[in-house]
Write a protein that binds this ligand. Structure first.
Ligand SMILES: [Zn+2]
Length: 79
């Protein structure tokens, strides 16, 4: 496995979804995503899941549901 920055990008994807990381880190991750199809697909999955939850709840996802989605995202990352 080549070190293209995936570990850092994926570790921070969860925060990225919630826009809770600083702009510098977000720009770093965004730059990595532009060159990494693997992380792009994971980000897409995360965005879809987040938007699905937001549509369903029209507010922040309950902790339990959020945990389930994050667990699912992590399972995807293992593939
Ligand atoms: Zn990557």
């Amino acid at each position: 496995m080549t070190d293209c920055g995936c570990d850092k990008a994926r570790a921070e994807l969860e925060e990225y979804f919630r826009n809770e990381i600083c702009r510098t880190d977000a720009a770093e991750i965004r730059a990595h995503l532009e060159t990494c199809e693997g992380c792009q697909s994971e980000l897409h999955i995360g965005i879809v899941l987040t938007q699905t939850v937001q549509r369903a709840c029209k507010e922040t996802a309950p902790d339990e549901l959020r945990d389930q989605l994050l667990a699912r995202l992590r399972a995807v990352q293992l593939n």
